[in-house]
Write a protein that binds this ligand. Structure first.
Ligand SMILES: N[C@@H](CCC(=O)N[C@@H](CS)C(=O)NCC(=O)O)C(=O)O
Length: 220
């Protein structure tokens, strides 16, 4: 197998999926070169499509091996760094982890990140026009999504704040973005188990160290 030192992450600084991979790299201690590609910039699109057929980020390159889809990348990093143990041992906890990762992609990303965070925080911060209808639609959908995740956190198989799984890596960056909008953070704050988990996991040094510039730098 190629040395772990031959890793390159192709990603966009403010991409929530790229953040999950940067956080995983920091948690596992695996070194990787970073190549910036903005999937929303038409100038970057042709180059990105050389690595990713759908023109998305992130992409992980390991020597000649190129991998896309964040869940696959996270699992690969976990396997590459023996002993990282980001998959729980019990069958039910592992299944719940996979469930949360799928829910993050299919139920959380679009309404909570693309509709609420992008239109309620990201675009206004850049002085760009926001889509108020999309913002309201995402916010209206959020309680259903947050309740489902709160139930999972309350059950205690994953999203516990003790140790780390691939589900934490996928979900916490998305909810951290969502919570950048005050109305959204109030909704999360009403879900006790989910909030307690998020408070613990977002205090991890590797999470803090990998926060994207849109959360840490002054408004441009
Ligand atoms: N299912 C993909 C989703 C990746 C994705 O949607 N990335 C966003 C950035 S956070 C992107 O590249 N968006 C570009 C676009 O929608 O055109 C994964 O798990 O990696």
């Amino acid at each position: 197998m190629t040395e772990a030192g031959d890793l390159t992450l192709i990603g966009f600084r403010d991409s929530v999926y790229t953040w999950a991979v940067r956080w995983a790299l920091a948690e596992t201690g695996l070194p990787a070169r970073k190549e910036e590609a903005n999937p929303f910039d038409p100038e970057d699109a042709p180059g990105l499509r050389l690595h990713h057929p759908f023109g998305l980020v992130p992409v992980l390159r390991h020597g000649a091996f190129a991998l896309y889809e964040t869940p696959a990348i996270l699992r690969y990093l976990d396997r590459l760094q023996r002993g990282a143990d980001l998959v729980p041992a019990s069958p039910r906890a592992e299944a719940r982890m996979l469930q949360v990762m799928s829910v993050a992609t299919t139920q959380v990303y679009w309404p909570l990140v693309r509709q609420v965070f992008s239109n309620g925080y990201y675009l206004p911060r850049l002085g760009q026009d926001a889509d108020q209808a999309a913002f309201s639609s995402g916010l209206a959908r959020a309680p259903l999504v947050l309740d489902a995740l709160d139930q999972v956190a309350d059950e205690g198989l994953v999203l516990t704040g003790e140790g780390l799984t691939l589900a934490d890596l996928m979900l916490a960056p998305m909810l951290a973005y969502f919570n950048a909008v005050p109305e959204a953070a109030r909704l999360t704050g009403k879900r006790g188990a989910l909030s307690a988990w998020l408070d613990r996991v977002t205090a991890r040094p590797a999470f803090v160290a990998t926060r994207p510039p849109c959360l840490t730098e002054p408004t441009p």
